[in-house]
Ligand binder design. Structure first.
Ligand code: PLP
Length: 386
């Protein structure tokens, strides 16, 4: 069976150039980047090169890039690092209701350590209102953490505007850019962020590498203590092969960004048009809002997302849903709930996310298979009237 992968917001396939660049660092170039001999120098040079590529993709300076294990660690380091180093000044953090669990879970944990968290609501498209950010700032606010682009519905937040508000108020500003990187232009200076999280495996690089952009003079207590790696920001011997792969993926993402934005945006729009024409009673979340070009979140009336996912999987098509099984019962995602979907609506959601390897043929395959699957599932629903 031919497999069609349309779940690129979960993870992406490695590019062949990435695998090729990593190969020597899994074999003969095995040095520890902290060693001063030949082997160490080879590893250090490779990390420096990758740091340059990631910095370029973000519009940052080399010393501002801290390599970590992925997006989750970057989010943890940003939030916990600021919280720990500024707690004497204040213990209030502002975030949104639709952040990734790496941010929400970290904030929840800090709540148990006597931090106060304000979780801002979003509108029906998933947008945070910058005025609400401004109004939520208090004298004891130390950090604002608002994601750049949402992983489920793709909404792009007004980060520049929030950056200006943070700047005026003298509050540190973190943004989770894991889903934005490689899909839309990112310039950390223009965005006005002090901290920005990214992850290699979302841009056709390997798992096990990510980075936190830390603007110069940002106070950040390290989470891991040990050696002086990463300018004392993240102790531990660097994962050289993964960092090398991340660097190559970052370079290719930068080179292809403009073209891929147009290509994927066109493919996605065409897919949404065809699906809307062939399947009655579906709608697209955040369709009119600023949105990632590769992401489509579709609500299918009277068809369960899990059933759709499994039926598509049996046809070789991989997508994801906006609901998850938690403690034995189905829960609609916190993102769909935050944009005002009822649990029933939330159950019928599908996330289709395209990537650099996605072809027009892949999208056509989905457009051929999904209408029949929806029809079959709806036929089982006692409530669906056609
Ligand atoms: N933040 C966002 C918005 C994400 O989509 C993800 C992954 O899905 C993460 C953080 C976590 O990144 P990682 O898988 O690299 O830990």
């Amino acid at each position: 069976m031919k497999h069609v992968y349309l779940d690129n917001n979960a993870t992406t396939p490695l590019r062949p150039e990435v695998v090729e660049a990593m190969q020597p660092f899994l074999t003969e170039d095995f040095g520890n980047a902290s060693s001063i001999h030949y082997f160490g120098q080879r590893a250090k040079a490779a990390i420096d090169d990758a740091r340059g590529q990631v910095a370029r993709l973000l519009g940052a300076d080399l010393p501002e890039i801290v390599f970590v294990s992925g997006g989750t660690e970057a989010d943890n380091l940003a939030i916990r690092g600021i919280a720990a180093s500024t707690a004497s000044r204040g213990r209030h953090i502002i975030t949104s209701q639709i952040e990734h669990s790496a941010v929400l879970g970290t904030c929840k944990d800090l709540e148990g350590q006597e931090f106060e968290i304000t979780r801002l609501p979003v509108d029906r498209d998933g947008l945070v209102d910058p005025c609400q950010v401004r109004n939520a700032i208090r004298p004891d606010t130390v950090l604002i953490s608002i994601m750049h682009a949402n992983n489920e519905i793709g909404t792009i937040q007004p980060i520049e505007e929030i950056g200006r508000i943070a700047q005026e108020a003298g509050v540190w500003f973190h943004s989770d850019g894991v889903q934005a990187l490689g899909k839309i232009p990112v310039d950390v200076r223009a965005l006005g962020v002090h901290l920005y999280s990214v992850s290699s495996h979302k841009i056709h690089g390997p798992k096990g590498a990510g980075a936190l952009y830390v603007r110069r003079a940002t106070p950040l207590k390290p989470m891991l203590t040990g050696g002086g790696h990463e300018r004392n920001r993240r102790a531990g011997t660097e994962n050289v092969p993964a960092i090398v792969g991340f660097g190559v993926a970052a370079r290719i993402a930068r080179e292809h960004l403009a073209g891929e934005m147009v290509r994927l945006g066109d493919l996605r729009d065409r897919m949404e048009e065809v699906l809307s024409a062939r399947i009655p009673d579906i709608s697209v979340n955040a369709r009119g809002a600023p949105r990632l070009p590769n992401t489509s979140s579709i609500m299918v009336d009277h068809a369960e997302g899990e059933g759709l996912l499994i039926s598509l999987d049996l046809k070789g098509i991989a997508v994801s849903t906006g609901s998850a099984c938690s403690s034995g019962s189905m829960e609609p995602s916190h993102v769909l709930t935050a944009i005002g979907k009822t649990p029933d609506e939330g159950f019928g959601s599908l996330r289709i996310s395209l990537g650099s390897m996605t072809t027009a043929e892949d999208v056509d395959t989905l457009a051929q298979e999904l209408p029949g699957i929806v029809e079959r599932l709806r036929a089982l629903s006692p409530h669906y009237k056609n």
